[in-house]
Design a protein around this ligand. Structure first.
Ligand code: 5GP
Ligand code: ZN
Length: 113
């Protein structure tokens, strides 16, 4: 999609520190990390947010979680990490392209703010 930051990152038009990519998803480090490990996993397909996941396009979410499990193992996070999706302005979504934050290697409080 034109003028979408994460579509441009997925296409390599805007540089990022990529960790993993395949034909369906890209994982890259967050530019403003909130934990010693903080990366984002996005679908290449433009889906504006979790509110736009349907029975037709939801298979990508399963793949994203399999990729998260692989990357966290590769980065030595063990089984200690948090996956976050912010959907909508009230929840803090600033980039309108579906993405899952993965935070690890520090203790994380609950509930979130
Ligand atoms: P949201 O606030 O939508 O849940 O998350 C968007 C995330 O994208 C934020 O954590 C922010 O730091 C990250 N971000 C924004 N612009 C860029 C960028 O140009 N490159 C990278 N790698 N991350 C970005
Ligand atoms: Zn996009």
């Amino acid at each position: 999609m034109e003028d979408c930051l994460f579509c441009k990152i997925a296409a390599g038009e805007i540089p990022s520190k990529k960790i993993y990519e395949d034909d369906r998803v890209v994982a890259f480090y967050d530019i403003d990390p909130q934990a010693p490990v903080h990366f984002l996993v996005i679908p290449r397909e433009h889906i504006s947010g979790a509110d736009r996941i349907t029975e037709e396009n939801s298979a990508i979410v399963g793949h994203i979680f399999a990729v998260i499990a692989k990357i966290t193992k590769d980065l030595g996070c063990g089984d200690d990490f948090r996956v976050v999706n912010n959907c909508g302005e009230l929840a803090g979504q600033t980039v309108k392209h579906l993405h899952f934050h993965v935070l690890a290697k520090r203790s994380l409080a609950w509930p979130p703010g």
